[in-house]
Design a binder for this molecule. Structure first.
Ligand code: TQI
Ligand code: ZN
Ligand code: ZN
Length: 170
């Protein structure tokens, strides 16, 4: 079953558009940006939200950045595997990904050679966007918000449990 963060933080009622931006220094390719755009689409299909990319990182509601190791928010990344990414409850909008992971995009390894310890970027993005919108973890194994995923697994479809959770919150 789905859950929320303590005190149920959420984006203000009536919010229909959330902007997002990528940290310019990361210089992400269109292929990588497209992964996030598809991940946002999953949630916009079941909510009133539309997600619009904006060029201004500092003005964006949702700020997406890849960092390695300690990056100044008290939750350092840990290299390959372990923590893959983290996102903070509304209205923080911070979405950080561990730049040291071997990220997989559409089945292709990004940067690294084929590795056993690889992580599907789109799957992680769909999960973290759930957190950005206010969902906690779910006890339902099929749910996107279930707190574990096996290495290299692609899991991008929202389960009924995810949809019920987000629709209860908004
Ligand atoms: N990162 C954890 C996560 O996003 C961070 C975290 C732990 C967290 N407890 C939390 C975030 C409570 C919000 C609320 O769940 S992770 C998965 C999954 C991670 C894990 O790197 O461990 C995914 C990131 F579910 F597959 F295990 C993305 Cl999809
Ligand atoms: Zn961080
Ligand atoms: Zn999580």
């Amino acid at each position: 079953h789905y859950s929320f963060f303590p005190d149920r933080p959420r984006w203000p009622p009536g919010t229909t558009q959330l902007t997002y931006a990528f940290l310019p220094e990361n210089q992400l390719s269109d292929a990588v940006k497209g992964v996030f755009s598809r991940a946002f689409e999953r949630w916009s299909e079941v909510t009133a939200f539309t997600f619009v990319e904006t060029a201004s990182f500092y003005d964006a509601d949702l700020k997406i950045a890849f960092f390695g190791g300690d990056h100044g928010d008290g939750e350092p990344f840990d290299g390959v595997m372990g923590t893959l990414a983290h996102a903070f409850a509304p209205p923080a909008g911070r979405f950080h990904l561990d730049g040291d992971e071997n990220w997989v995009i559409d089945g292709n390894f990004l940067g690294a050679a084929a590795s056993v310890a690889a992580v599907d970027l789109e799957s992680v993005a769909v999960h973290e966007i759930g957190h950005l919108l206010g969902l906690g973890h779910s006890s339902v194994e099929e749910a996107i918000m279930y707190p574990t995923i096996s290495s290299s697994t692609r899991k991008v479809e929202l389960a009924n449990d995810d949809i019920m959770g987000i629709q209860e919150l908004y």
